[in-house]
Design a binder for this molecule. Structure first.
Ligand SMILES: [Zn+2]
Length: 464
């Protein structure tokens, strides 16, 4: 599709000295056919229009991309979007172009002709949004020499902390390239970030007094449960029982690529439509698997943590972990793929003492810590300690996750620990809620629980 045919700017408002929220709403109506923004979207968009930096922590379903896409259409120059995965870039660019927006991306999967076509569009100011991975920033600098960049958006910004230190060091250099671009207003967006990660993002991107937008991480429709098991065979038996009693789509996370094949084979043997997914499969196979998961022909995806980011299937009813992730934010992100439609869903973990021993070994094997690496290792250790607390606790699991993510909370009605406590003390009066998050949960525990959790949570409880 020729870029010139695409929607490039909002002509009616382009002459205005500084676009307003009313202009943004006009764009929302014209391009997305929506009439109003949500509160947090409004704040993020206003920050961009006022040329301020912004850090937005918006959990699943928060409508993150609109926060930078709408300002991109109102600002005269280019918006550069840093995105971690090619599939994410492709999805967003395809969706934008369908709406007539001049968006493009650069990736190693494109032909030279495709890339040079996109770069010409950038140089000739025919593009409003350009998606790139951080690894491409260095080579892009030449092409952006004469192109004003009005907004830099860093999507999935937790990658700066999570991946930047080990696998993708270019994430740590975004701040430097931002300075080379003349320090355009920058919007960092993420679904999960601990207080430490937020500090790291601010520092790495060199944000100046950013507008900080935080939405609660709590998702009252999710039920959290964990159970220790003695050995792998028992873990698999329990997984099978759980998948038999819970209906609907499920993701089973396993620690290694080999296990994806093994577990999927066993599940198929017992009549469950399961397929394995990991990053070692060819791109075409992964695309095919994803399509089968999205259209429902695969009920259970048995996957490593490579499966998930950017996968937006609303009706996943169960996310089951056969192992212990190293950090609560990773767990929260993976588990948070359940119940995006708001209906009851469950996040269950079957763990062994061996899982914890392995995670500890992995941590102590990481290279000799000094300086920056020491901070990373301390942070990783703190993360693993929180995960160990999560699986071993006799208290509320949800509270441990939310506290780690910087939210204060009290007992809930949506985890195995709180439910068993309440079942043992049916006449116990509910504790006084301390926050808005908990108020909702307390209300559900004192009255209308059945409408909240339906049958699914009880089925999970019966197995866990
Ligand atoms: Zn609880």
């Amino acid at each position: 599709m020729a870029f010139s045919n695409l929607w490039r700017s909002a002509p009616a408002v382009r002459e205005a000295p500084r676009p307003s929220l009313a202009d943004a709403e006009q764009v929302l109506a014209q391009v997305w056919s929506h009439s109003t923004f949500r509160h947090h979207q409004r704040r993020a968009i206003l920050a961009a229009l006022q040329r301020r930096d912004c850090l937005a922590v918006l959990p699943t379903g928060g409508g993150k991309s609109i926060c930078f896409q709408v300002p991109a259409l109102l600002l005269p120059g280019l918006t550069v979007v840093i995105s971690p995965l090619i599939s994410l870039m492709q999805d967003q660019v395809a969706a934008l172009r369908q709406r007539g927006v001049a968006a493009g991306y650069l990736s190693s999967t494109q032909t030279g002709t495709e890339r040079s076509g996109t770069l010409s569009a950038v140089r000739e100011a025919r593009l409003k949004l350009l998606y790139v991975a951080p690894e491409r920033l260095e080579s892009l600098m030449r092409d952006l020499d004469r192109t004003p960049v009005d907004l830099l958006a860093v999507d999935e910004a937790h990658c700066i902390s999570e991946w930047g230190h080990e696998f993708r060091p270019h994430y740590r250099t975004i701040g430097r390239y931002r300075s080379l671009l003349g320090s355009p207003p920058t919007m960092a967006l993420t679904g999960t970030a601990t207080p430490d990660t937020r500090t790291d993002i601010r520092r790495t991107l060199r944000l100046r007094q950013p507008v900080t937008i935080m939405r609660s991480f709590d998702r009252p429709n999710l039920y959290f449960a964990a159970r220790p098991v003695g050995f792998d065979g028992e873990r698999l038996q329990l997984a099978l029982r759980l998948l038999r009693v819970t209906h609907g789509t499920a993701i089973v996370y396993v620690p290694t690529r080999n296990q994806t094949d093994g577990v999927a084979t066993v599940l198929r043997h017992w009549g469950i439509r399961a397929l394995p997914y990991h990053a070692g499969l060819p791109a075409t196979a992964r695309r095919d698997l994803l399509a089968r998961f999205l259209d429902g022909s695969c009920r259970v995806m048995v996957a490593t943590n490579a499966f998930g980011m950017g996968i937006d299937k609303p009706d996943v009813r169960l996310v089951l972990h056969l192992g212990v992730p190293g950090r609560p934010e990773a767990y929260f992100q993976e588990a948070g793929r359940a119940g995006r439609d708001g209906a009851p869903a469950a996040c269950v973990m079957f763990w062994t003492e061996g899982d914890i021993g392995l995670a500890r070994q992995f941590l102590s094997r990481s290279c000799e810590p000094h300086g920056h690496r020491r901070r990373v290792r301390t942070s990783n250790r703190r993360g693993l300690d929180a995960m160990i607390r999560y699986v071993r606790t006799r208290g509320c699991r949800r509270r441990i996750l939310l506290q780690y993510l910087g939210e204060r909370g009290t007992h809930c009605a949506g985890c195995d620990r709180c439910r068993s406590e309440r079942l043992l003390r049916p006449d116990a009066s509910p504790r006084r809620p301390k926050s808005a998050v908990c108020r909702g949960l307390q209300m559900s525990s004192s009255g209308d629980e059945s409408s909240r959790d339906g049958a699914l949570w009880r089925e999970v409880d019966a197995v866990v």
